[in-house]
Design a protein around this ligand. Structure first.
Ligand SMILES: [Fe+2]
Length: 218
């Protein structure tokens, strides 16, 4: 029990987590099983990992809630490990939710508001596509097209893992998974062909819904 300096009352500093409520995996939409050039088996591989990230996120919050802070220095390395793992798990959840949600379309060039943003910030659709493809070929885990609210423009960011390297105050609109599980079943080592298939299945309506929901202005 610790004394509350402000009220003089005693309270129990019991936990690092006030709300350890669990989340559940989202269901896959049926169109994810009918993608062009990305097999059902590959989608299932992503989904299995995604379910694992959801479970891990729940488990870590539970463990953080049970950390005994009164042990002081003895728990900080455990706190570090749990907090780092939490970023990996939540990253894996968010990245895959974007991935699943914005596939299932017919690809092609962007339309509507996102087309205008891409042309303004990359010069052309072709330049944006080349940039994202190169980012995906160079990355070890992800490439994202995201809107940076401070710079008020799009960037294609690189990610080596679920928790590297997001930027503060940027909203991802496109999430290209380039982990090996994303392409090895369908293309073996030919990641470039998988990236082509990814572009062919993008659903621009969904991406434009996000541009609208987040109120990103050109
Ligand atoms: Fe994945």
């Amino acid at each position: 029990m610790l004394a509350d300096a402000h009220s003089g009352e005693e309270f129990l500093l019991a936990t690092l987590v006030h709300n350890a409520e669990e989340i559940a995996p989202r269901e896959l939409k049926p169109s994810l099983y009918e993608l062009e050039g990305i097999s059902r088996e590959s989608v299932e591989a992503h989904y299995k990992l995604y379910e694992g990230y959801v479970a891990k996120r729940n488990e870590i919050l539970g463990k953080l809630a049970d950390v005994d802070l009164s042990a002081g220095n003895q728990v900080y390395s455990e706190v570090r490990a749990l907090k780092v793992d939490l970023t990996f798990a939540i990253g894996g959840v968010k990245n895959h939710e974007i991935y699943f949600e914005h596939l299932g379309g017919s690809g092609g060039d962007p339309t509507g508001a996102i087309a205008a943003l891409v042309e303004r910030d990359f010069g052309s659709v072709e330049a944006w596509r080349s940039d994202l493809k190169a980012t995906g070929m160079g990355g070890r885990g992800w490439a994202w097209t995201a809107y940076d609210w401070d710079e008020q423009r799009l960037f294609n960011y690189i990610g080596d893992a679920q928790n590297t390297f997001p930027i503060w105050n940027a909203t991802p609109l496109i999430a290209l998974d380039v982990y090996e599980h994303a392409y090895f079943l369908d293309y073996q080592t030919d990641r470039a062909s998988y990236i082509g298939a990814f572009f062919d299945n993008l659903d621009w309506r969904t991406i434009n819904d996000w541009v609208s929901k987040y109120q990103i202005q050109k």
